[in-house]
Structures are given as structure tokens and as C-alpha cells.
Ligand binder design. Structure first.
Ligand code: NAP
Ligand code: ZN
Ligand code: ZN
Length: 348
């Protein structure tokens, strides 16, 4: 066993504390990564507070937006060498045999991927995430971070980036398509940058106008306040594609009304409470309501390469490891501009 120093919570709602955990020794197919930075995803908060009913085991070490460098590799590792700049996202293994796994869609593994935290690994140990100084991961579940991207601002791409890139590609955002991004948070702001780089015309639907200047700076053509009911009248039947990152359950009826005939609203947000979907909102424009879940390893690498070519990273607030509890409150208040990233060198 090797040990990692982490920041863990020891109960629902309990503060994060310095905690030493055990990870498996570096096996022949494994990579030992020195974590440099770890993003704080809203899913970390949902999970740590058991808002999804998955009942975390403690100590609980979240973090699935991991960027770092390879410290050592197992004897059979061929993809990575010591010093490589690498990332780890939301899962660290999968069955590798089911149809989705074979198709490179490991996020939909029929046996469930082994999530980076809060799961049990193939080694039988609880998985611990990126709020940690090191992590051991099978080489096939590691991706490369382009040299042109700084590791701190690239870390959030490992979840926020791929979660937005995958549906934008799947529903073919590009020149001639009008895309709305709902919620300018960690996912949403990266989604705006990606959709703009793909050539789509992007509008941000946010609770207020407070983030309007940022939306326009990131390349959106418009930013509207959803708290203003006239927004939904003005935008009726406007969009080909809506990607919603809402972290709270709301009535989706007004959003669905902004879709053009045959448009699609893709939900990626995972609130604790259900959404309300009025039937007439679906039938009216023959619209579709869909969902999307992170992305596979191949597509994650494709996304990182795309970000490298287009110079896309997250807008980050760098904190040290003692600031995690405060950061969680700021995420919940939608105050963060736009992703909190932990400097892992402060996890000592
Ligand atoms: P985040 O940084 O907190 O952003 C969520 C945004 O939603 C906020 O910035 C805010 O944007 C908006 N919002 C929050 N509360 C709202 C309310 N009451 N009414 C209307 N809008 C509200 O969170 P995130 O890290 O981007 O994650 C967003 C959601 O996606 C979470 O539920 C997370 O668990 C989920 N997620 C899903 C996947 C997947 O694969 N499907 C992957 C990662 C995360 P404005 O201030 O602009 O309104
Ligand atoms: Zn995430
Ligand atoms: Zn599988």
C-alpha cells in the first residue's frame, strides 16, 4: 500500500480535515500521479452531502477534476512516462467488455464505471478522489493535458469540460446552430467557450444579469435573466439546442418553449429534487428532452486536444486546501467566477 495525504470529510456536513488514506501499490498497468490541482465540481458537494442518496462512506475524499504529472509507472505501462502532464476525470475503471466500454463510452458501462471517489475499486479498496497529493490510476483511464494549457485552469476540463463537450458534439452544435447554455457556473462557462469555438451562436440563460459582461467576454451573443418572465416570451422558439446545467430542480416548461421545432434540451444538471415537465411543453414544438453524462476516455482526450488548439481553459479561483468548506458555500451561492481549484501543494 502507498499512502496519500488528502482533505476528507468524516460525516455528512462535517468540515474537511487532513486525512491520510491508503491506495494500492503501483501495479504493472498503473500510473502514480502527483496531483498538482483539483477542481471543485458541484457533484462533489451533492455527493459529500448525500443529496443523491448514494450514502458515501467515510472518510470521503471528493475531486474528479484532477491535473498533475506522472511520478512513476508500472512495468507494463506504454502510454505514459515519468513527467507527463496528465489528467483524471470522473471514473478510474470500468468493465472494459460491455458494448458501451468497447465503444469508448465507458461512462455508460452497464456494470457502472468505477467512479473516482465514493466507489470501490477493482482492487477492493474505496476510491478516493483528487483532494489529495497523489493518486494511482490504471493507464487506460488517464488522459494527456496539452502543453499549451496551464494545469490549474485545465483541471476543470476533466469534468466540466467533457460534460459540456460531449452533448455539444452529439447534438452537433456548430455553424448555423443557435445554442442556449442554462446556468453560468463551472459547467456552463466552459460550455459557452466550447460552443463558441465550435462555431455556434450562443446565448446564456442565467438567473440575473450579474454575469452578463462575462458571458459576452466568453463569446456569447446574448445573456438573459431567467428571473425576468419576458425573457421567455422574447426567446420563444429560438434555439436548436439547450444545454442545462441547473443544480436545482425547476419547471422546465418555459425553457422548452424557447426551442425551435424539433429542438432538443439536454439536461446535465443533477439536482436533488425532480424537474417539472408540463406535457404541452413537449408536444408543442415536437421538442425532445434528453440527458447526458460526462464522456468516455477517447472523447475526453479529444476534448482536451480541442481545448489545446483553441486555447480553452476554465476561469478559476485558486484556493489552498483549508478553504474547501468556504468554497462549497460560495459554489452554492453561485458566487464563484467560475470554478474553484485547490492547489494540491497545500495538501500537506
Ligand atoms: P455550479 O458551478 O454551481 O453551476 C450551476 C449554475 O446553475 C449556477 O452557477 C447558477 O448559474 C445556476 N443555478 C444555481 N442555482 C439555481 C437556481 N436556484 N435557479 C436557477 N439557476 C440556478 O455547478 P456545476 O459544477 O456547473 O454543476 C452543475 C450541475 O451539473 C450539478 O448538479 C452537478 O452535479 C451536475 N453535473 C452533472 C454532470 C453530468 O455528467 N451530467 C457532470 C458534472 C456536473 P447562474 O448564476 O448563471 O444562474
Ligand atoms: Zn463533476
Ligand atoms: Zn463496461
Amino acid at each position: 500500500m502507498i499512502t496519500s495525504t488528502t482533505r476528507a470529510t468524516h460525516g455528512i456536513g462535517k468540515p474537511f480535515e487532513r486525512t491520510v488514506v491508503e491506495r494500492r501499490d503501483v501495479g504493472e498497468h498503473d500510473v502514480l500521479i502527483d496531483i498538482a490541482f483539483a477542481g471543485i465540481c458541484h457533484s462533489d458537494i451533492h455527493s459529500a452531502r448525500d443529496e443523491w442518496g448514494f450514502h458515501p462512506t467515510f472518510p470521503f475524499v471528493p475531486g474528479h477534476e484532477i491535473a498533475g504529472t506522472v511520478r512513476s509507472v508500472g512495468a507494463a505501462v506504454s502510454r505514459w512516462t515519468v513527467g507527463d502532464r496528465v489528467g483524471v476525470g470522473c471514473f478510474v475503471d470500468s468493465c472494459r467488455e460491455c458494448d458501451p466500454c468497447v465503444a469508448g463510452q465507458e461512462q455508460f458501462c452497464v456494470e457502472s464505471p468505477v467512479f473516482t471517489y465514493g466507489a470501490v475499486g477493482t482492487d477492493g479498496l474505496p476510491t478516493h478522489g483528487g483532494y489529495s497529493d497523489t493518486i494511482v490510476v490504471d493507464e487506460q483511464y488517464v488522459v494527456g493535458i496539452p502543453d499549451s494549457l496551464p494545469l490549474d485552469a485545465a483541471a476543470p476540463l476533466l469534468c466540466a469540460g467533457i460534460t459540456m463537450y460531449s452533448p455539444l458534439r452529439h447534438w452537433q452544435a456548430g455553424p448555423g446552430t443557435k445554442v442556449a447554455i442554462v446556468g453560468l457556473g463551472g459547467l456552463g462557462h466552459v460550455g459557452v467557450k466550447l460552443a463558441v469555438a465550435m462555431g455556434a451562436e450562443v446565448t446564456v440563460l442565467s438567473q440575473s444579469l450579474a454575469k452578463r459582461d462575462d458571458s459576452l467576454r466568453m463569446g456569447a451573443v446574448d445573456h438573459r435573466a431567467t428571473a425576468d418572465p419576458s425573457t421567455f416570451d422574447d426567446l420563444a422558439r429560438s434555439f436548436d439546442l439547450i444545454i442545462s446545467t441547473l443544480s436545482t430542480g425547476v419547471d422546465l416548461g418555459s425553457y422548452l418553449g424557447t426551442l425551435r421545432l424539433d429542438g432538443t434540451m439536454v439536461n446535465v444538471g443533477l439536482p436533488e429534487e425532480p424537474f417539472v415537465v408540463p406535457p404541452f411543453a413537449l408536444t408543442g414544438g415536437r421538442v425532445s428532452l434528453a440527458g447526458s453524462n460526462i464522456g468516455g476516455i477517447r472523447e475526453t482526450q479529444e476534448m482536451l486536444d480541442f481545448c489545446g488548439e483553441h486555447g480553452i481553459t476554465a476561469d478559476i479561483e485558486l484556493i489552498d486546501a483549508d478553504g474547501i468548506d468556504e468554497a462549497y458555500e460560495r459554489v452554492l451561492a453561485s458566487e464563484v467566477r467560475y470554478r474553484v481549484v485547490i492547489d494540491a501543494s497545500t495538501i500537506t
